[in-house]
Write a protein that binds this ligand. Structure first.
Ligand SMILES: *Cc1c(COP(=O)(O)O)cnc(C)c1O
Length: 389
């Protein structure tokens, strides 16, 4: 039996074959297409009888290397890399449904995922029902005769609600549903949904995987069976990742374990410190004992993640004052960066939701989302203190 290496080791060493130059770091293959020795070799490659790379919309050495590393991290059999996280989320659903199908999804999904379910899929006759992420006992009642998918995301953005992955796996097994998880917030370092029976895991590689705010990217990772359908969908609809972005993200995965460890330690320290500030009425962080699903967090995650959200008593005015007073932390909608980022969801990422919709996913006027970076915790605290006084 082949020796099973640690996932962190494989994310560093799962490298494409060296060229004749025996380079140490992976070269970049900026080429749209590949060539063949003969017409016969070309025909055999197209027929799948011979190994070979045809065209970068299908495969590319840099993209293949990234997929191999991501599969090693997630514990999945096959993958496809896309130009953005949303291209991956869209393909994860669109490749697996047909007209008349129904989806059960946990409320509190990423904003654009909510748009796909509410505004795009209904055009093709695909419907959905939302269930509460933290009430698994209510999920079976939402399953219909024509339900084919269970779509979820945990922890959720920005409410940090968790979905019980074991309960979701059981629901999917009992009702013969495909189980699709957006694992962007946790990353495979903290949580591996495939171990709970997820058929397909998606990532916005734009976030923690690149981790340095440089490129967009998405990943689809799953069982060979399901990925065969997803890969066929992607090859023909064309959301492929650029080789350059794959080269950047592949290098980033070599430090994902190290970075996530540091992000999580700083985020926990920030969450505890924020809880002591008089201006802060509530702090949300999965590894704080005050989180309503703390036991579940300990069960299915190895650390709490890099995102902390907190509520200020003064509503929008107080939240905007805090963002405006920041001199070190950055005002941006992105997350998963070495730099600490502050976002005010109610007036930006979630401003298109009605106040009632915002309330249903826990987005209050005074809620601030912080993506904790790798700066010294004391410097982040000092920066926030000005706006909290
Ligand atoms: C950012 C994000 C996405 C979308 O990813 P893009 O790379 O911006 O397209 C999807 N899901 C979650 C949870 C995200 O945070």
């Amino acid at each position: 039996m082949a020796e099973e290496k640690n996932a962190a080791t494989r994310a560093i060493r799962e490298q494409m074959a060296q060229t004749q130059y025996r380079e140490h770091s992976t070269p970049l293959y900026l080429t749209s297409s590949f060539t063949f020795d003969s017409a016969e070799a070309m025909a055999e490659t197209f027929a799948g009888q011979r190994e070979g790379i045809i065209y970068s919309r299908y495969n590319n050495p840099n993209v293949d290397e990234l997929i191999a590393k991501a599969c090693a991290l997630e514990g999945t059999e096959a993958g496809f890399a896309t130009a953005s996280g949303m291209a991956a989320v869209f393909a994860s659903i669109a490749a697996l449904v047909q007209q008349g199908d129904h989806i059960v999804a946990t409320r509190a999904l990423f904003g654009s995922t909510h748009q796909i379910l509410t505004n795009i899929l209904p055009k093709w006759g695909v419907s959905f029902t939302y269930v509460e992420p933290d009430q698994p006992e209510t999920w079976p009642a939402a399953v219909r005769e024509n339900t084919v998918l269970f779509v979820t995301e945990t922890p959720s953005n920005p409410g940090l609600k968790l979905v019980d992955l074991a309960a979701a796996g059981k629901l999917c097994q009992d009702h013969n549903l495909l189980f699709v998880v957006d694992n962007c917030f946790a990353t495979p370092v903290l949580q591996r949904p495939a171990a709970y029976g997820a058929d397909l895991v998606t990532h916005s590689a734009t976030k923690w995987m690149d981790g340095q705010g440089r490129v967009l990217g998405g990943l689809l990772l799953g069982t060979q069976d399901v990925m065969d359908k997803v890969i066929a969908f992607c090859r023909h609809t064309g959301p492929a990742m650029s080789p350059f972005n794959a080269w950047v993200i592949s290098k980033s995965l070599e430090t994902l374990h190290l970075r996530m460890k540091a992000h999580c330690a700083s985020a926990l320290a920030m969450a505890q410190w924020l809880g002591e500030q008089p201006a802060v009425t509530q702090v949300h962080y999965p590894f704080l004992t005050s989180h309503p699903q703390h036991a579940l967090a300990r069960q299915q995650m190895t650390a709490g993640g890099g995102i902390v959200t907190f509520e200020l008593a003064g509503g929008i005015a107080a939240a905007q004052r805090l963002l405006n007073s920041a001199q070190l932390c950055t005002r941006s909608s992105n997350l998963g960066d070495t730099r600490t980022i502050l976002t005010h969801p109610a007036t930006t990422t979630h401003s298109k939701l009605t106040p009632a919709e915002r309330a249903s996913v826990g987005i209050t006027d005074g809620l601030v989302r912080m993506s904790v970076g790798l700066e010294a915790v004391a410097d982040i605290q000092q920066d926030l203190l000005r706006g909290l006084q």
